[in-house]
Design a protein around this ligand. Structure first.
Ligand SMILES: [Zn+2]
Length: 103
């Protein structure tokens, strides 16, 4: 198991990822797991779904049931509140990157 702080940092990056992709287009859970894998994060459903649930509770993303070929799938998309947070986070990240490239 990863150390506590390392895990917190990576979780933060996962949140940013979710906000970003949910803004581009609605996604479903297993798609996000694959997407994160491509970025080098191995996230199990047991980790992802509680994150999605807490983000829905905080109204950063919203859940929608969509019928895909007769099968109901839960899609998630970023809300206006989530989008505002995403913009703030992006600005913070830009500042951090500027800071680091000065060194
Ligand atoms: Zn991505």
């Amino acid at each position: 198991m990863k150390e506590q702080i390392t895990r917190k940092i990576f979780n933060g990056l996962i949140y940013i990822h979710i906000l970003h992709h949910g803004k581009v287009e609605p996604f479903y859970g297993s798609w996000m797991i694959e997407e994160l894998k491509e970025h080098g994060y191995s996230v199990s459903p047991g980790t992802l779904y509680p994150i999605l649930k807490s983000m829905v509770e905080e109204e950063l993303i919203e859940k929608e049931d969509i019928n895909v070929n007769g099968r109901i799938r839960k899609y998630y998309k970023t809300t206006n509140k989530g989008d505002k947070l995403l913009q703030e986070l992006k600005n913070n990240l830009k500042e951090i990157f500027n800071d680091m490239s000065m060194k």
